[in-house]
Design a protein. Structure first.
Length: 137
């Protein structure tokens, strides 16, 4: 008899606190609150998703998937499906990850990753096109 009553009181307390918090948030700055919520949603949907694949498609001025993970020694291939020319330019160029030439529509570029690490790259004509390759043991 005592325990269920305690739980009921706890639930009422949580519900009461929750609705009070929502009311406060809405009163203070509903616009800002909505924006924060949207940003959080979009980043968890696609931007942070790491896909295990060795093939990246370049389409609509974006690398897809933007974040991939492969095992050490894997050959990763990029294929440009856009009519615009794109390339794969490592943020830090070097032997661990070499840049491609500009790829025309239908052209591919492959690179074999021999060292573990997170390799960030972008497209040199369109620096806002960004992606990463994660190489694991
Ligand atoms: Cu590009």
């Amino acid at each position: 008899m005592k325990k269920p009553l305690m739980i009921l009181i706890a639930i009422i307390a949580i519900l009461g606190f929750g609705s009070a918090a929502v009311l406060t948030t809405n009163k203070t700055d509903p616009g800002h609150h909505d924006m924060v919520g949207m940003q959080g949603h979009s980043s968890s949907a696609s931007a942070t998703e790491v896909v295990a694949t060795d093939h990246v498609v370049i389409k609509d001025f974006a690398y897809a998937p933007a974040r991939i993970t492969v095992k050490k020694g894997t050959k990763v291939t990029w294929t440009n499906q856009d009519s615009a020319h794109h390339d794969i330019t490592p943020d830090k160029d070097g032997a661990d990850f070499a840049a491609s030439k500009l790829l025309a529509q239908g052209e591919s570029y492959s690179f074999t990753f021999e060292k573990t690490g997170v390799y960030a790259y972008h497209c040199s004509p369109h620096p806002y096109m960004k992606a990463t390759v994660e190489v694991t043991e």
